[in-house]
Design a protein around this ligand. Structure first.
Ligand code: SF4
Length: 330
């Protein structure tokens, strides 16, 4: 890692309200998160924890209404993105911050050849001429492992396999040399072999382009494979942040410990796989105090009324729990 902090999200609060008199869902309740230049930062948690709302807010695609950013800042390379006009945000998006999604088919234009879609990005954002853009598109297709790059560029998205669609989407995303790439569950729809190939590609691209990557996944195994640092989210807040190595060696937050214990490969043969009891709370009904208390084996009375703030327990290792270090019940 080098180059200092690329992205700093501080105290981000996002709510959703479908009707004027309808209930308010507080999807994010003060998210803190940072991505250093050239690092891969994993963002993990179960579905419904707020990972995708966080990434959508960073890229500037939250539908408003019903979404409303109530508080916080998203500082990217020294500028608070929340203070920019819609036009300025559009320029940052694609050019400086790019995103790949879980289902590339939904984001690729079905009626345009893959090559034309990459070329269009280059012409729009980098003002390249047609020939230069086409040559660069072929180069990018080769870089992301689209074998027979020139032929693949002539195909329509529906002619590509799932893995190739994801590679095409990654080629589009990196076409303008973004400083930050957000990869939101980029391998979830793929089989295990393809997952590994895409993960290796992401790691290679980070090195080739020297960009920061926010890698979002519900799967701690995948995050372990690629991330330098990890933030764990629960009920719209970041509950633990540390290096990937320290997370796997000594997680502090009970939620993280349970997530790790529920990974099949993390279990010794013959031991029972742990399941986290209960469910992620609905954003309209977040429990008082520590939102994790109804599911936490370490919860005490204090946890039901007093929300724990994030504290640094070791250099670079922060967790929000009143009882870090309390022994685990048998
Ligand atoms: Fe569990 Fe209490 Fe810590 Fe929350 S604050 S994670 S309920 S021990």
């Amino acid at each position: 890692m080098d180059g200092g902090t690329l992205l700093a999200v501080r105290g981000l609060v996002v709510s959703f309200q479908r009707d004027r008199d309808g209930p308010v869902s507080r999807a994010l309740r003060g998210v803190d998160l940072s991505v250093e230049a050239s690092e891969i930062h994993g963002l993990v948690g179960e579905s419904g924890c707020g990972k995708t709302v966080t990434s959508t807010a960073i890229i500037g695609l939250l539908p408003a209404p019903p979404a409303r950013i109530e508080a916080g800042s998203i500082v990217f390379e020294g500028r608070d993105l929340l203070g920019l006009s819609a036009e300025e945000r559009r320029k940052v998006r694609g050019r400086q911050i790019a995103m790949v999604f879980q289902e590339p088919a939904r984001y690729l234009n079905p009626s345009l050849r893959v090559g034309a879609q990459i070329t269009e990005m280059l012409r729009l954002h980098l003002r390249m001429g047609r020939q230069e853009a086409e040559a660069r598109a072929a180069e990018l297709a080769g870089l992301v492992g689209l074998g027979g790059a020139r032929r693949v560029l002539q195909t329509y998205p529906h002619e590509l396999s799932g893995g190739m669609k994801q590679r095409a989407m990654i080629a589009m995303a990196i076409s303008c040399n973004p400083r930050l790439l957000i990869a939101d569950e980029p391998t979830t729809a793929l089989d295990v072999t393809l997952q590994l190939q895409i993960l290796r590609l992401i790691v290679r691209l980070r090195e080739a382009f020297r960009m920061g990557i926010l890698f979002i996944s519900h799967d701690l195994r995948l995050v372990r494979t690629v991330a330098d640092r990890v933030t764990v989210m629960y009920a719209g807040r970041a509950v633990e942040t540390t290096s990937a190595r320290d997370l796997y060696r000594g997680a502090l937050h009970p939620y993280t410990r349970l997530l790790l214990a529920s990974i099949p490969a993390a279990q010794k043969r013959g031991t029972r796989l742990k399941v986290i009891p209960g469910r992620v709370p609905d954003a309209q009904a977040i429990p008082a105090g520590c939102a994790f208390h109804p599911r936490c084996p370490l919860a005490e009375d204090r946890c039901r009324v007093d929300m724990p703030e994030s504290r640094e327990h070791a250099p670079g290792h922060a967790a929000s729990c009143h009882f870090v270090g309390k022994p685990w019940p048998d």
